[in-house]
Design a protein around this ligand. Structure first.
Ligand SMILES: C[S@@+](CC[C@H](N)C(=O)[O-])C[C@H]1O[C@@H](n2cnc3c(N)ncnc32)[C@H](O)[C@@H]1O
Length: 365
């Protein structure tokens, strides 16, 4: 049941906006990733791994590599430069389908769907490298630990399992008095096609005493939600979508301008669109209605119906992405019980209170 829901969520993310759901920078939302730029980010990750492999002499052979939770193959494709045969495995059919279409390495790279909470499709000791990044954090820890044990089972002696799994979740890192901002826009009336995207120029002004955003000393990001209200029926669609305010730091009294993109409501009609700012815990950042953006939007019927994957729009039932962390001690214990040994742990945190990103390098004892 749990895995089915996990699969449905990721399958929808893959259908709607696969690259952004994998690498979520605000300006790349709504299928804005350029394919080459997207895959270049994978090469950067694997270059870091490659340096580690060179310096540490693991794995001993470079024949087979498995990329667990491969998505559309961002990392699998990059691994192909280092291993003879690479396999990408994922739970979402939509991701696997696109990964196959984007494959540039012919039969040296294979993508497989795996719908179980283990890796029984792979024999014992069959891979020189197991790699995974940005996957285990989205899986319930009980299931994630099971996959980690499986990594060790399918690892060849003198192989390397390198897996990323956060070891601490983000904590409430906003200043005690909170952050505050106001929103305004140069438009108050706009028209859009049903099933399309509307782009609204937004200015965020920091009205509080603390910087908004993230850097080495502060972790106080903001996001903007939108809601629709049908002006004819009065029906409300609460929290239809959100965008994180770009990471640039906004000092008190300063403003940042960017384009907010919203998908159309389910039916053509006349709507009021409201944009309001919150922190990451969805706590409003303004208590004045004058500090929100409210605009009138005419949603016109569309001449030719596009599919959800063309528009980046889905039904109103939104899939959800989970976020978990597992303490280093729990991961270490599972690796050891499975017959493995952790040879290195790299932890980093971009700002105080943010997620602790942890990479494990393990081999078979
Ligand atoms: C944030 S994406 C990361 C994709 C890829 N690792 C990358 O960094 O480019 C997470 C991926 O994990 C996949 N995933 C989630 N749960 C999974 C599971 N139980 N087994 C395999 N893949 C899973 C999702 O379908 C999605 O493609």
């Amino acid at each position: 049941m749990y895995l089915k829901e996990l699969q449905e969520n990721w399958n929808t993310f893959g259908e709607e906006d696969a690259m952004w759901s994998i690498y979520s920078t605000p300006e790349k939302k709504h299928n804005q990733w350029d394919e080459r730029d997207f895959f270049r980010t994978g090469i950067q990750c694997i270059t870091h791994l490659s340096t580690w492999m060179e310096n540490n002499g693991l794995p001993k052979r470079r024949l087979t590599a498995l990329d667990f939770g491969c998505g559309v193959g961002r990392l699998t494709q990059a691994l192909c430069a280092h291993f003879d045969c690479c396999v990408g495995v994922d739970i979402a059919p939509s991701m696997i389908k696109q990964a196959k279409q984007l494959n540039k390495h012919g039969k040296h790279c294979v993508y497989r769907l795996n719908e179980t909470d283990d890796l029984r499709v792979f024999p014992d000791e069959s891979y020189d490298l197991i790699y995974t990044e940005h996957v285990l954090q989205h899986i319930h820890p009980q299931v994630a630990l099971r996959y980690i044990a499986e990594f060790i089972r399918i690892l060849r002696p003198e192989g390397l399992a390198c897996f990323h799994c956060p070891s601490a979740s983000a904590t409430h890192a906003y200043p005690a008095e909170g952050i505050a901002c106001s929103l305004d826009s140069t438009v108050n009336k706009i028209a859009m096609e049903h099933m399309g995207l509307v782009s609204i120029p937004v200015r965020v002004t920091n009205t509080g005493n603390h910087p908004i955003g993230v850097n080495k000393t502060t972790n106080a990001p903001a996001r903007i939600w939108h809601h629709w209200a049908n002006q004819n029926t009065g029906e409300m669609i609460q929290m239809h979508g959100y965008t994180n305010v770009p990471a640039t730091l906004i000092e008190p009294g300063k403003s940042l301008e960017f384009e907010y993109k919203a998908a159309s409501p389910p039916t053509p009609d006349t709507y009021e669109l409201v944009l309001n700012p919150t922190n990451y815990f969805n706590i409003p950042l303004t208590d004045s209605i004058n500090d929100l953006i409210t605009l009138s939007v005419e949603v016109t019927p569309q001449p030719v119906k596009k599919s959800a994957s063309q528009t980046g729009i889905s039904s109103t039932k939104r899939p959800r992405s989970e976020s978990h962390a597992i303490p280093i001690e729990a991961v270490t214990r599972v690796v050891e019980l499975a017959g493995g040994r952790i040879v290195n742990v790299e932890s980093s945190q971009v700002s105080p209170g943010s997620v602790v990103k942890t990479f494990y390098y393990a081999t078979r004892s």
